[in-house]
Design a protein around this ligand. Structure first.
Ligand SMILES: Nc1ncnc2c1ncn2[C@@H]1O[C@H](COP(=O)(O)OP(=O)(O)O)[C@@H](O)[C@H]1O
Ligand SMILES: [Mg+2]
Length: 396
């Protein structure tokens, strides 16, 4: 996948745009991709628009039940769609492209609530698809999670089918590697792509990614220029507290078998404050170091569960913003080396996919899969009764 400097404009639309806004509520990621006759994907360009503090706060304030939610959520539904449309329109100007060059936008939207385990499970992504289509004059494919949930699935994660097309080393012999793609966003999700067809592809949320670290960092560093612990420098000043780590790890979510998915309504500052009730004596930096260990250990525990043979060849590709957190990456590495003799800890960039763009690229692929009627969900991943083509279409 190479980035072209000169993009083609022609009479027939050529490109898909993928739009992603993750649970970190940091901003909008946009990826421009095309597909050749063999469905091979090419990534041409990217764009990022950070949210203002005010927008990020509006999103985060809806992660948990509060007052007047319907009015606030549906006003934000339209407000975010306007921001998404502005990002698309600015990007097209920057790239000297026209709306007519774009076949469709694959829009994930912004998750504000995800409840896969209640009696009537639902998931809610806002950033109105119809408004986005109207303001860009481009077809939008959106609401990707709904059909999988209607089929009894978790509606998450949706990226494993895409990961499989890019990263799998599956062979019928025993010479391939077990591959894991680990996306460390607000929540961390991993995809397991087994070396042989004796095992099934699976994927799920291992638990918190950056979310709790971001919450704790922002609470104690309100004047920092970043809303996150850059490179883990603050965590580095603390020590992992073994007792607190054990308490964190005893949370029910980590014991659940997959398929499973979670969200910000669960791993939230209120979750952390509850855990800390009897830990008033430890420093804030120690809490941050222990949260870093929690993310690393829950990721590595999931990897070990699927690839228990410590002699096997295992490749782990990291992506998402957490891959920039040096201490988190080092802690993952230290956990892996305790178990595996023959592993490689990599970044998706080493497979030519920018780890900050992978999810946006995946949603462009999901829009393409919708148009080609490909099965884009994996029922082995989500627990749905069958695989399906995800998404709904919205016309300008
Ligand atoms: N240099 C860095 N050091 C530490 N953490 C980082 C760094 N860069 C990004 N992050 C983390 O990545 C998050 C954004 O990651 P992203 O993949 O966009 O998540 P999401 O999909 O949830 O929006 C930030 O909130 C922050 O926690
Ligand atoms: Mg993000």
């Amino acid at each position: 996948m190479k980035i072209n400097t000169k993009l083609s404009t022609s009479n027939a639309p050529t490109y898909y745009i993928g739009l992603m806004s993750g649970t970190s509520a940091d901003g909008i990621d946009l990826a421009l991709v095309s597909f050749d006759q063999n469905n091979l994907l090419k990534h041409h360009a990217s764009y990022y628009q950070a949210y203002s503090n005010e927008t990020a706060e509006k999103i985060q304030s809806l992660y948990n039940p509060t007052n007047n939610e319907i009015d606030r959520a549906f006003a934000l539904d339209v407000e975010l769609a306007k921001l998404f449309a502005a990002a698309v329109n600015n990007f097209l100007i920057q790239q000297q492209l026209n709306y007519s060059d774009i076949i469709a936008i694959g829009n994930h939207g912004q998750t504000i609530r995800h409840r896969p385990l209640i009696t009537h499970p639902f998931t809610l992504q806002i950033g109105c698809n119809q408004t986005l289509a109207t303001l860009t004059n481009i077809r939008v494919i959106g609401q990707f999670r709904r059909k999988d949930m209607a089929l009894g699935g978790q509606g998450a994660p949706l990226v494993p089918a895409f990961h499989q097309t890019i990263f799998s080393e599956r062979q019928s012999s025993d010479n391939g590697a077990d591959v894991f793609v680990v996306n460390i966003g607000g929540i961390a999700n991993l995809t397991f792509l087994p070396a042989t067809d004796k095992q099934e592809v699976c994927g799920y949320d291992s638990g918190p990614g950056n979310a709790l670290m971001d919450d704790w960092f922002s609470l104690h560093n309100p004047h920092s220029k970043t809303k996150y612990d850059e490179n883990g420098n603050w965590a580095r000043k603390g020590q992992i507290n073994a007792e607190l780590l054990t308490l964190f790890l005893s949370d029910n979510y980590f014991q659940l078998p997959h398929p499973k998915s979670t969200g910000r309504e669960y791993f939230h500052l209120s979750w952390l404050k509850r855990q800390l009730t009897n830990f008033t004596h430890i420093s804030n930096e120690d809490v941050q170091a222990t949260l870093t260990a929690l993310t690393a250990i829950t990721i590595v525990d999931a990897i070990k569960q699927h690839s228990p043979n410590n002699e096997a060849s295992t490749k782990i590709y990291l992506c998402g913003g957490g891959a920039h957190n040096k201490i988190l990456k080092d802690t993952i590495d230290k956990q892996l080396v305790l178990h595996y003799k023959n592993y490689k800890l990599l970044l998706t960039n080493q497979k030519d996919i920018d780890g900050d763009q992978l999810e946006a690229i995946a949603f462009a692929w999901l829009a393409f899969a919708y148009d080609k009627k490909l099965l884009s969900s994996m029922s082995t991943v989500t627990g749905a009764s069958k695989c399906c083509t995800l998404g709904n279409e919205y016309l300008p």
